[in-house]
Design a protein around this ligand. Structure first.
Ligand SMILES: CC(C)(COP(=O)(O)OP(=O)(O)OC[C@H]1O[C@@H](n2cnc3c(N)ncnc32)[C@H](O)[C@@H]1OP(=O)(O)O)[C@@H](O)C(=O)NCCC(=O)NCCS
Length: 211
């Protein structure tokens, strides 16, 4: 059976830790997803099932199993994003191809209540370094709807290169949506860590006083 090099893994920087999903994430994952429907739905794949149904507590065990089995098969690296020890989002490395291409596509989301702290750029930087290191890939791609100014800022902060424009590329939020493709190849980092491109790391969370 094929196996993903570099999996499982838990890369971290400052208060950000990426780690594999686990069964006991269900309650926190479902609470985040249900609370963030309006924040996330415009950027998520279309589905015949309603938001509540596909993000309920009971939908987590089969999703967790599917993510873990895709990781075992070498097709993806599904990371949970933790900030100061709390689950705040997901970063999925998908379409992992080895051989001559050695490429992948990364998708992500972060709790709207935690937006604006640089969590996604730090998590994406960790994933890119991991893909170029332990996973042995050569190229990482991120595809973003042109309307998604928040996500465009994430790739801008890391200096990913704009590669092209895909018309009617993905079935998102009920329609085929255009996407801008961004990518980076290993040569562009000249052996350095992309984490060093971040202007700053997310601040340490002050959970006791803030929440
Ligand atoms: C895209 C996303 C992951 C960015 O995560 P993040 O951790 O907030 O990233 P950053 O902190 O770097 O913020 C990026 C930009 O979002 C904008 N932003 C920040 N806080 C915001 C808020 N509360 N509401 C709306 N936009 C906000 C700012 O323009 C910011 O850029 P700036 O730092 O130059 O001001 C997050 O906005 C998200 O999950 N959005 C919904 C799902 C999604 O779009 N996924 C990506 C699909 S390609």
């Amino acid at each position: 059976m094929p196996h993903t090099p570099g999996w499982p893994a838990s890369p971290s920087v400052g208060p950000i830790v990426l780690r594999p999903p686990r069964l006991r994430d269900g309650r926190a994952w479902s609470e985040l997803r249900l609370r963030n429907e309006r924040w996330l739905a415009p950027w998520e794949p279309s589905s015949p099932h309603g938001w509540s149904e596909r993000n309920s507590l009971t939908s987590w065990p089969p999703l967790n199993s599917a993510l873990r089995s895709n990781a075992r098969r070498g097709a993806m690296l599904p990371f949970m994003i933790c900030y100061g020890g709390r689950l705040v989002g997901q970063m999925n490395v998908s379409n992992v191809v080895h051989g001559a291409l050695r490429s992948c596509t990364v998708g992500y989301w972060v709790d709207g209540a935690m937006a604006g702290r640089g969590i996604a750029p730090a998590a994406l930087a960790l994933v890119i370094d991991h893909c170029f290191g332990a996973v042995g890939l050569h190229r990482v791609e991120v595809d973003i709807r042109p309307e998604n100014t928040q996500s465009l800022r994430v790739v801008e902060k890391l200096g990913l290169r704009r590669e092209g424009f895909y018309e009617r590329f993905l079935d998102i939020d009920g329609a085929w949506r255009d996407h801008v493709a961004f990518a980076i190849t290993v040569e562009e980092l000249s052996g350095r860590s992309i984490v060093s491109r971040l202007a700053s790391l997310p601040p340490d969370p002050q959970w006791r006083t803030r929440r």
